[in-house]
Design a protein around this ligand. Structure first.
Ligand SMILES: NC(=O)c1ccc[n+]([C@@H]2O[C@H](COP(=O)([O-])OP(=O)(O)OC[C@H]3O[C@@H](n4cnc5c(N)ncnc54)[C@H](O)[C@@H]3O)[C@@H](O)[C@H]2O)c1
Length: 238
């Protein structure tokens, strides 16, 4: 089985590559700059032509893609009143349009073959409003509903499309949000001043926690699951 993962150079994407590889997939790891590893390609999900090239190249190298995992994402935070249009468009270009571009290209091929599965990594912020995260949360909500609509279109061809929505996960993205300080305490306990609940299970997720859910949805054990959004956030979306 061949898999393609975007945003695979680090964090959750790298953990997804490891989990799918452990499950026996031949995984093409892609990121804006070519990741290290044997089967790796540069793929900027903002570039439609590059998406077409990279998907064709991945299939030439590793065979027809059976599993696509959309992980590439960016976070720009700030209150709406001070948020620029350029930042809004930049966030949507990766988090929403990027998922569209790659899923359209791979989805067409999967539909023609009558098999395949797509998993989009969104965020629990898509379902729970968060102060200072309007653009990010809206872009992730777009990715969620896009993926579910695509799943409905591709269901007759036997292609499944699901979403994994992580909560706070220990990666470079979360640490950048903490601005260099250790925000573990506040993140786990919650912050009433920000209307933010904590994490009932009492810990920040490890990237492997998210990857395990992705690997399950990508496996035959999930063969009757499609159009679903699985929150992997220790209960934070309560
Ligand atoms: N870390 C968290 O707390 C958290 C929570 C919820 C959702 N997520 C989501 O999980 C996914 C992975 O995040 P992470 O925490 O591992 O972050 P990360 O910043 O460590 O990794 C994101 C990866 O996406 C890549 N990327 C960015 N723009 C790209 C582009 N245009 N084309 C291709 N690749 C691009 C980056 O180079 C990077 O390798 C993201 O979609 C993120 O929004 C993360």
């Amino acid at each position: 089985m061949s898999a393609l993962v975007t945003g695979a150079a680090r964090g959750i994407g790298a953990a997804v590559v490891a989990a799918l590889t452990a499950d026996g997939h031949e995984v093409t790891a892609t990121d804006i700059e070519k990741p290290t590893g044997e089967l790796a390609l540069a793929l900027d999900v903002r570039d439609e032509a590059m998406v077409g090239w990279a998907v064709a190249e991945a299939e030439r190298l590793a065979g027809p893609i059976d599993v696509l995992v959309n992980v590439a994402g960016v976070l720009r935070a700030g209150p709406v009143a001070e948020f620029s249009e350029a930042d809004w468009l930049a966030v949507f270009d990766v988090n929403a349009a990027g998922v569209f571009r790659v899923s359209r290209e791979v989805g067409r091929r999967m539909a023609a073959r009558g098999r395949g599965c797509i998993v989009t990594v969104a965020s629990n912020a898509a379902g729970v409003p968060r102060v200072g995260m309007a653009a990010y949360a809206a872009s992730k909500a777009a990715a969620v509903q896009f993926t579910r609509c695509l799943g409905l279109e591709l269901a007759p061809a036997g292609v499944r499309c699901n979403v994994v929505s992580p909560g706070s996960t220990d990666t470079a993205m979360l640490r950048a949000l903490w601005n260099g300080s250790d925000g573990t305490g506040t993140t786990v306990a919650g912050d009433p001043g920000q209307y933010r609940g904590g994490i009932p299970l009492g810990r920040i997720a490890d990237p492997a926690d998210i990857a395990a859910a992705v690997a399950f949805l990508a496996s035959d054990r999930a063969r009757h699951i499609t159009l679903q959004n699985l929150y992997v956030d220790g209960g934070a979306a309560l």
